[in-house]
Design a protein around this ligand. Structure first.
Ligand SMILES: NC(=O)c1ccc[n+]([C@@H]2O[C@H](COP(=O)([O-])OP(=O)(O)OC[C@H]3O[C@@H](n4cnc5c(N)ncnc54)[C@H](OP(=O)(O)O)[C@@H]3O)[C@@H](O)[C@H]2O)c1
Length: 259
C-alpha cells in the first residue's frame, strides 16, 4: 500500500503536543514517517514525545518554537533539516479559541488569535513551503474547522470563525502558488473535538449536557475525538493525495452536510 506509506518521509507537526496535533503526529509515525513535534512549551512536548513512544514505540523528536515568530520558524526549519536532511510534510495544528461576544470582544485577544491561528500558518508555510518547492515535493496540511465554512448562532465565535475562514482561503491560495513545484496544500475542518483547547469551553457551557447536545446535532450522533481527524489528515500527507490540492476535508460527523 505505497499510497498510504510514509517510510523515508519526514514530517513536522506544529502544535504537535496538542490534542489534534499529537494524534496526527502519532498517526504519521504509525505509517512510517520520521516526526518532529513543536510548540512553545517544552514540558508539553516531552509529555507528548513519551506518550507517543508508549503508544506506538516511535522515537520522535521535538523543537521548541513560537510559530508566530519568524526567526523561530526559520530556526525550526533548520533544526528539522539538520535532523532529517529534508522536510516532506508540514502539519499546522497550532492555535487557540477564545470566545467573547462580538460587541465586547477585547481587541488584544482578537489580534493574538489572528497571530496564532492564521499569521503563524502563513509563516510556517512560507518557509517550509519554499524548502519543499526546492525539493520538488511536499505536503502542507492546515487545521481549519467547520467554523471556517459555517458560522454559528452560539455567541462568541467571531474571532475564531474569522481566523478559520482565513485558513481556508490561505490554503487555496498557497495551493495555487505551490502546485507547479509539486507541493500540495490542503486543510481539514473538524467539528468540536474533545481536546485541551475545548475542554474548558465545554465545561463552561454545561459539561456532559453540552456534550450530548453537540452529539445530538451531528448525523453521527457522537462527540468527535482527536482520533476522528487522523485519517483525513494522513490521507493529505500521503502519496494517495498527490493530485489533491486546495481542498478542505471535513471530519465533522456530517455537520457541514446538514448545516
Ligand atoms: N478541538 C476542536 O474542537 C477543534 C476543532 C476544529 C479545529 N481545531 C483546530 O485544530 C488545531 C489544534 O487544536 P486542538 O484542539 O488540538 O488544541 P490544543 O490541544 O490546545 O493544541 C493546540 C496546540 O497549539 C500550540 N500552539 C498554540 N499557539 C502556538 C504558537 N504560537 N506556536 C506554536 N504552537 C502553538 C499549543 O502549544 P503551546 O501552547 O505549548 O505553544 C498546543 O500544542 C487548532 O488550529 C484548532 O483551531 C480544533
Amino acid at each position: 500500500m505505497k499510497l498510504f506509506d510514509l517510510t523515508g518521509k519526514s514530517a513536522v507537526v506544529v502544535g504537535g503536543a496538542g490534542g489534534l496535533g499529537q494524534a496526527i503526529a502519532q498517526g504519521l509515525c504509525e505509517i512510517g514517517a520520521n516526526v518532529m513535534i513543536t510548540s512553545r512549551n517544552e514540558d508539553s512536548l516531552k509529555r507528548a514525545q513519551s506518550e507517543i513512544k508508549d503508544a506506538c514505540g516511535a522515537d520522535i523528536c521535538y523543537g521548541v518554537c513560537d510559530a508566530t515568530d519568524e526567526a523561530q520558524v526559520e530556526a525550526l526549519l533548520e533544526l528539522a533539516i539538520s535532523k532529517f536532511g529534508k522536510v516532506d510534510i508540514l502539519v499546522n495544528a497550532q492555535g487557540f479559541n477564545k470566545k467573547h461576544n462580538a460587541d465586547e470582544f477585547p481587541m488584544d485577544v482578537f489580534r493574538s488569535m489572528l497571530e496564532a491561528n492564521i499569521v503563524s500558518v502563513m509563516m510556517t508555510s512560507k518557509h517550509f513551503g519554499k524548502h519543499m518547492m526546492q525539493n520538488g515535493y511536499g505536503k502542507i496540511v492546515n487545521l481549519s474547522s467547520v467554523r471556517g465554512k459555517v458560522a454559528t448562532k452560539a455567541p462568541g465565535n467571531a474571532g475564531y470563525c474569522t481566523t478559520k475562514g482565513a485558513v481556508d482561503m490561505l490554503t487555496k491560495s498557497l495551493a495555487a502558488e505551490f502546485g507547479p513545484s509539486g507541493v500540495t496544500v490542503n486543510a481539514i475542518g473538524p467539528t468540536v473535538t474533545e481536546t485541551p483547547m475545548m475542554t474548558s469551553i465545554i465545561e463552561m457551557r454545561g459539561g456532559d449536557t453540552y456534550r450530548k447536545n453537540l452529539a445530538d446535532g451531528l448525523p453521527m450522533r457522537r462527540m468527535a475525538m482527536p482520533e476522528d481527524s487522523v485519517g483525513a489528515a494522513l490521507f493529505l500527507c500521503c502519496p494517495a493525495s498527490d493530485f489533491v490540492t486546495g481542498n478542505i476535508i471535513y471530519p465533522d460527523g456530517g455537520l457541514t452536510a446538514i448545516g
